[in-house]
Design a protein. Structure first.
Length: 81
């Protein structure tokens, strides 16, 4: 991952530390989430990673999405208050 992505982005993915870019948008519109999915598609479809790596990426993707959703919910609550 560190070879393919900017190190700051890669470490956010690996540490499951998303950085929401707009509190009002859903996860599907967040740059970090889109970048993660783009990386997953690259490894799965273009570079044909093995099944073990794909499984780990899928689990990491789910954890990253859940953390991003949690962050967005907290930010939206602060914004509405």
């Amino acid at each position: 991952m560190l070879d393919k992505l900017d190190s700051g982005i890669a470490w956010r993915f690996l540490n499951i530390s998303p950085n929401p870019d707009d509190i009002s948008k859903s996860v599907a519109y967040q740059k970090d989430f889109c970048d993660f999915i783009d990386y997953l598609v690259l490894r799965r479809d273009k570079e044909n990673c093995d099944a073990d790596e794909l499984g780990r990426l899928a689990m990491l993707s789910g954890a990253f999405q859940r953390e991003l959703e949690k962050n967005l919910t907290q930010l939206n609550k602060k914004w509405i208050s």
